[in-house]
Design a protein around this ligand. Structure first.
Ligand SMILES: [Zn+2]
Length: 480
């Protein structure tokens, strides 16, 4: 990137479905529109709230013939922040997001006007290759993480966090200061009182712990097996954990967390019932092996529980009711609700920063999010966010037609390399862009997948324009 700084806003595939001719031309040619920031052409007026801007890097697909246009210095801070360099925010860039290339997992760094939040960390390699240098830059700049969130205990979300917290150590932290951590582990829920785990129970827990955090079946290594739970690390290293010592859970019942005058975090999932359901599955499965529950939290119990959770539900995706033989099925035809208790325990949050609000859904169940967002509110059109992180890597089990009738945004983030469960499902992407809207939608991926490639030749059924972009290690900036 030159010293002048550049920013490019382009629709790598902009579709209006006006005609077959339009569709054909869109399929044939990537439409490049490189415009100075602050003048994004006719689409600017279509966005209801924020505007999405991109700092490009080598991972971004630049349409053939695209040229760079210098931008006003006001935006340089947004576009010049690179992997190893933190540049403070200026002007209207009120919230920006890095969607790290976490293989088939999730990891996001949010910069809410100088308040930093890390949501998941993909695999160990995601942390080492991408997140660690950024966190080191924060420290060099005198910054810290205001919040680190482990949405749920699954290898593609917690692997990088295990790597992070094992290397960050006790105070003084080796890499970056962390004000608080949200992580729902077993000790965050009430235990079944009065039971002793017994000799057999202890053997079961030790066997689980010896197994460690197993690598997932699909590609996406988490490196050497990690042998300590996040719970144990947080407890031993003295982090402020779930606003205390980790013995209470983060759930949708709590008040929004205020991080600064302008920044707050609202929890929209999970419910306590979902967390207790996960605990009950653990107790039931453990009982089959001879573990009858413990009367007290121990390191051994923390380790065994998390190592069991991280892989116990990876093969439990519900069957898709119909197979799309001709590729014309809609989301409503194939949607089947997720029933993985681990995914149902996902911490889903809304980050608000000076008028910008972003919905991060983890791998949450669609029905739970709809129930929470609709509670006590009249169903008059979708709730608008500035961006939505699509649940469970775009799975057709976690985004329902009802959820898409409940929420909408000009920007959707889809994180996966497509190597697990065929994520994202094309029908989810199509349903997002097919709905009528008075604004343009932009779908941002961190990898090209079969579904994102197919979407490039799709025309919105409603004629609502949309575009596709690739973000890898660059910031995605949202303006209020
Ligand atoms: Zn996941």
């Amino acid at each position: 990137m030159s010293d002048e700084g550049w920013t490019e806003t382009f629709a790598s595939s902009t579709h209006s479905a006006a005609s077959a001719e339009t569709r054909h031309s869109c399929a044939l040619a990537e439409i490049a529109r490189c415009t100075p920031k602050g003048n994004t052409g006719s689409n600017r007026g279509l966005r209801p709230r924020g505007m999405v801007a991109f700092a490009t890097d080598e991972q971004t697909t630049r349409p053939r013939g695209a040229t760079r246009t210098p931008v006003r210095p006001l935006y340089v801070a947004c576009s010049q922040a690179t992997l190893h360099q933190y540049v403070p925010l200026l002007g209207p860039c009120m919230l920006r997001i890095k969607m790290y290339p976490a293989k088939n997992g999730d990891s996001f760094l949010v910069d809410a006007a100088g308040t930093f939040i890390l949501i998941d960390a993909g695999f160990a390699s995601t942390f080492q290759d991408f997140i660690k240098p950024d966190l080191a830059s924060l420290t060099n700049d005198g910054r810290r993480l205001a919040l680190a969130v482990c949405t749920h205990i699954d290898a593609d979300h917690i692997g990088g966090l295990l790597e992070f917290f094992s290397s960050n150590g006790p105070q003084p932290r080796r890499l970056v200061e962390v004000d608080r951590v949200w992580h729902n582990s077993l000790r965050s829920m009430p235990l079944q009182p009065g039971k002793e785990e017994g000799v057999q129970g202890k053997l079961v827990l030790e066997a689980l712990r010896r197994r460690g955090f197993r690598e997932p079946a699909a590609p996406g290594p988490i490196g050497a097996r990690q042998g300590s739970s996040l719970a144990k690390m947080l407890g031993h290293d003295g982090y402020l954990w779930n606003e205390g010592n980790g013995t209470t859970c983060i759930s949708q019942d709590q008040h929004p967390l205020v991080l600064s005058e302008a920044v707050s975090v609202e929890v929209v999932g999970p419910s306590r019932a979902r967390l207790e359901a996960l605990r009950n599955v653990w107790l039931k499965e453990g009982a089959k092996l001879g573990y009858k529950g413990g009367a007290a939290s121990t390191d051994l119990l923390d380790d065994a529980y998390e190592m069991w959770c991280a892989t116990a539900f990876q093969a439990t995706a519900p069957k898709i009711r119909k197979v799309s033989a001709n590729g014309n099925l809609r989301l409503a035809d194939i949607y089947a609700p997720d029933h993985s208790p681990a995914n149902g325990s996902s911490i889903a949050i809304v980050i608000k920063s000076a008028g910008v609000q972003v919905l991060f859904l983890g791998d949450a169940w669609a029905e739970d999010i709809v129930a929470k967002l609709r509670a006590g509110k009249p169903a008059t059109g979708p709730i608008l966010f500035d961006a939505i992180k699509v649940s469970h890597h775009g799975s057709c089990h976690n985004t329902s037609p009802e959820l898409l009738a409940t929420v909408d945004a000009p920007c959707f983030l889809i994180s996966t390399d497509g190597s697990r469960h065929g994520h994202p499902n094309f029908e989810v992407l199509a349903e997002i862009v097919d709905r009528p809207a008075s604004f343009e939608r932009r779908l941002i991926f961190n990898y090209e997948t079969a579904a994102s490639a197919r979407l490039r030749s799709h025309a919105s059924r409603s004629g609502t324009p949309f575009s596709i972009s690739m973000a890898h290690t660059n910031w995605i900036s949202l303006e209020g």
